[in-house]
Design a protein around this ligand. Structure first.
Ligand code: NAD
Ligand code: MG
Length: 392
């Protein structure tokens, strides 16, 4: 029996992971599940999978979770510390599917006990890639990518010599506004941004797809995960979202990963790695698809891509500042305080101010420094968003 934990079990990635695990209950011992306010669903999952412990990230939800699990023998926890403690429970395979920087601490805790970390939480690589990968190395633990693009790159690299790679191309659907006239973007609402043309995902990542902050996180994720030079990593708009990434080799070959937009592929690949097993995803009919289109991403439409390049150039803890400022700007947009197009302005202002203050430099990455940078960037971003809101 493999011992598995799922952090962020009630989210979009979490539910897809639960779906795969629940199809073969005889193979898995479920250790920990975590969620947020949806304690009814978390309790349901914990009972169905017979988990050892269920944890909500909100302390005010603990009582309700305990009530729903009373008499089941399932342990109950609440709050960020309880989530990190649950990640310390020995497990062979841990899914990191919390959204945002909150996924970092449980991911590190899982690696410290030697678990294989299936990493959907790209924010932890963006904030503290060096720390995460170093922790994995120090504890002989493996990190497997669960983002569709990065899973695709990892699959294209199997059996290849990494030094023969010339470039990596990650694809972007372009999100909800890829065909909108540029002048309409400031009027875009959170509801419109949260409608993805191809993927069914959590609200935050869907809005980040429309702004391409998601792709900008993924550019940095590609660099941190595989170690490629930023000049080797390209983004191409591919409206059908069927090719997830391509790897170009020194002999001119491009290896593309093609598959339906269903995260159970990347999750299942990480769950069964290094084996391939049958997965319940659609089989593509190429004749029905007929064509695949590609476009260059316009940096006027998606300034987040330019900001990601800046982050990779400046290094240090700028990824943590970038992600934190982005999370605050996204909250402000979702709360209708700022416009869709103001999000990039907020992030750019925070990065520039922190770089001017020398606050983005670091020699050896430490968790406390990353968290301090995160707090400072959140504070600055809230101020910048407030200013934009009052000027409007
Ligand atoms: P989601 O919003 O659907 O779910 C997020 C989960 O995290 C929920 O269980 C929620 O309760 C929990 N959570 C939220 N805030 C938390 C906090 N502060 N502390 C602890 N737990 C918290 O998100 P999602 O779309 O499943 O995305 C999860 C992660 O996977 C993100 O990092 C996202 O970028 C990444 N990802 C998602 C997809 C996708 O298809 N949804 C694809 C690639 C990568
Ligand atoms: Mg992705």
């Amino acid at each position: 029996m493999r011992r598995v934990s799922i952090f962020g079990a009630t989210g979009s990635i979490g539910e897809n992971t639960v779906d795969l695990i629940a199809r073969a209950p005889e193979e898995y011992d479920v250790v920990a599940l975590s969620g947020g306010r949806n304690v009814a669903r978390l309790a349901e999952q914990a009972i169905a999978l017979n988990a050892e412990i269920a944890v909500t990230c909100y302390s005010e939800c603990k009582q309700e979770l305990a009530a729903r699990l009373s008499g089941t023998g399932i342990d109950v926890g609440a709050g960020p510390e309880a989530i990190a403690e649950a990640a310390e429970r020995p497990a062979d395979w841990v899914m990191s599917a919390i959204v945002g920087a909150a996924g970092l601490a449980p991911g590190l805790a899982a690696l410290e006990q030697g678990a294989t970390l299936a990493l959907a939480n790209k924010e932890s690589l963006v904030c503290a890639g060096a720390l995460l990968m170093e922790t994995a190395r120090a504890h002989g633990a493996q990190v497997l990518p669960v983002d569709s693009e990065h899973s695709a790159v990892a699959q294209a690299l199997v059996g290849e010599d990494i030094s023969s790679v010339e470039r990596v191309i990650i694809t972007a659907s372009g999100g909800a506004f890829r065909d909108w006239p540029l002048e309409d973007l400031p009027k875009a609402t959170p509801e419109q941004a949260a409608k993805h043309p191809n993927w069914d995902m959590g609200q935050r990542i869907t809005v980040d797809s429309a702004s391409m902050f998601n792709k900008s996180l993924e550019l940095i994720e590609t660099r941190e995960f595989f170690g490629f030079d930023p000049s080797q990593i390209e983004v191409v708009v591919h409206p059908q979202s069927l090719i997830h990434a391509l790897v170009g080799f020194n002999d001119g070959a491009l290896m593309a990963h093609v598959g339906p937009p269903d995260m159970r592929h990347a999750i299942g690949y990480a769950l069964h790695h290094p084996e391939r097993r049958h997965l319940p995803v659609e089989r593509l009919d190429l004749v029905k698809i007929g064509r695949l289109d590609f476009r260059e991403p316009c940096e006027r439409r998606w300034p987040a891509l330019r900001l990601a390049r800046e982050v990779m150039r400046s290094g240090g803890v700028s990824g943590a500042a970038f992600n934190a400022a982005k999370e605050v700007a996204l909250d402000a947009f979702l709360a209708r305080q700022i416009r869709f197009t103001d999000m990039a302005a907020v992030v750019e202002e925070v990065l520039e101010a922190m770089e001017r203050d020398g606050a983005l430099k670091c020699d050896r990455m430490r968790l406390d420094h990353v968290m301090e940078t995160d707090h400072l960037a959140r504070k600055r971003a809230a101020e910048a968003a407030e200013q934009i809101a009052t000027e409007a």
